[in-house]
Ligand binder design. Structure first.
Ligand SMILES: [Zn+2]
Length: 236
């Protein structure tokens, strides 16, 4: 309704949001194909993702973080509350350069948590508000429009949505930093050769692009909401 009412003629930002959405889809297809490609290449060390993660954590003096297997494709993550690195079907037992890269990336998040890396702390702090913002932002704005341009509701909607956008922006340095740490450690510790590290880098870069595309999409959505709210105010 929000979109149909004004049409794209008065609202060129609609195209930007569409482009960003298409880029997000391309990025997610690309991360899968890049992972598949480098998941065919076994590392020379012959370590599995789980073994590589274990070595990276222990060699950095971290003994209280467990490594577990989780179902699904690319569902790998680090849960700082339970202190568990969960590696998916494709990474846990695989010896490929892709699997080791992803496992090391999750260890990068462990190290960030251990060192109280500032962007990660900010990101964690924003989680509850960002969850509310991503769910309630647009409904609040719509409600504000339905109730005859209730400016208060529209403003609140935009501000809570902005927190969700901020969360996605803060995610970027956290993700890039985790990959940077991972690749440095893998090469320094001889888990991957220089060539293999380069291949792993391609996988992690493709993964990072999905976060960039998601952040760009949400920034453009916010811009669009601000412009639409401004247009509505002028018309009333
Ligand atoms: Zn990550």
């Amino acid at each position: 309704m929000l979109y149909g009412y004004w049409g794209f003629y008065y609202d060129p930002t609609y195209f930007l949001v569409l482009i960003a959405a298409v880029l997000s889809i391309i990025a997610s297809i690309r991360v899968n194909s890049t992972f598949q490609k480098f998941n065919q290449i076994p590392s020379r060390s012959g370590m599995t993702g789980a073994q590589a993660a274990e070595q990276l954590l222990r060699s950095n003096g971290i003994y209280d973080v467990q490594i577990q297997h989780v179902r699904g494709a690319l569902t790998d993550h680090y849960d700082p509350r339970t202190k568990v690195v969960r590696l998916s079907d494709a990474t846990y037992g695989s010896t490929s350069v892709a699997a080791i890269g992803v496992a090391a990336h999750e260890c990068g998040h462990v190290l960030q948590h251990h060192e109280e890396y500032a962007p990660l702390k900010l990101r964690t702090f924003l989680v509850p508000a960002a969850n509310i913002g991503s769910r309630a932002g647009i409904p609040l704005i719509l409600l504000g429009i339905i109730l005859g341009y209730n400016n208060f509701l529209i403003q609140i909607g935009i501000w809570v949505f902005a927190i969700a956008v901020l969360f996605q922006i803060v995610t970027l340095p956290v993700e890039f930093n985790a990959s940077g740490r991972a690749l440095r450690l893998l090469e320094r510790q001889g888990i991957l050769t220089e060539t293999e590290t380069g291949q792993s880098r391609k996988v992690l870069r493709a993964a990072a692009l999905t976060y960039v595309a998601a952040a760009a999409t949400s920034v453009l959505q916010l811009l669009r909401l601000v412009l639409l709210a401004g247009n509505g105010r002028r018309r009333n």
